[in-house]
Design a protein around this ligand. Structure first.
Ligand SMILES: [Fe+2]
Length: 189
């Protein structure tokens, strides 16, 4: 069992005003503001839900890349260490694009790890370290989860007239994920 040198008996400070006030909420997660985007409110609400799902899965894939960057091993250690971090950076950029689209449409982004863990459709990775082939297989599985849902969401957003969201899903999410799949899958040939 781990021990800490930090005293735990000083809990009185937890009641001081640095604790966030419960009344500070300005918008419920489930509510959408109507921004003047000349976009149907139902279409915007559907896009917010879809984008938050994509955001949860992209945050998860981003973190999976960092896990594998740190835990790389074997004869291809150096190249995989670098490749995993490159893909991590690209997924981190997608995270910001997706999150800011949610806010643009008047929604509230999913953001914190426990909420992301609850929402993601990507299977949970173990804490254990895994060999390169297993790392790649796990990443390819996560990419496929994202690509499958992203294509369906792209069709939905085109049909509802939310072309800004459609462009992000096709040009950013689908193309980045497809390219990363190629770079990973070539290592299995
Ligand atoms: Fe690093």
């Amino acid at each position: 069992m781990s021990t800490s040198t930090i005293t735990r008996s000083d809990g009185v400070h937890l009641n001081e005003p640095i604790v966030p006030a419960m009344r500070g909420e300005t918008q419920a997660f489930s509510m959408a503001r109507k921004n003047p985007l000349a976009l149907d409110a139902t279409a915007a609400a559907a896009s917010i839900d879809n984008l938050n799902q994509l955001l949860a899965d992209t945050l998860t894939l981003r973190d999976l890349y960092k896990k594998h960057h740190w835990q790389a091993s074997g004869p291809s250690f150096y190249v995989m260490h670098l490749l995993f971090d490159k893909h991590f950076e690209e997924q981190a950029k997608l995270v910001d694009v997706l999150a800011e689209r949610v806010q643009t449409l008047g929604g509230v982004t999913i953001a914190m790890a426990p909420d992301v863990a609850e929402a993601t459709l990507i299977p949970r990775a173990p804490k254990d370290r895994e060999d390169t082939a297993t790392q790649i297989a796990r990443l390819l599985q996560a990419h496929e989860v994202i690509l499958l849902e992203a294509r369906a969401m792209a069709r939905d957003s085109a049909a509802s007239g939310d072309l800004g969201t459609n462009d992000i899903i096709v040009s950013d999410v689908i193309r980045t994920n497809e390219l990363q799949v190629w770079f990973l899958a070539e290592h299995l040939q």
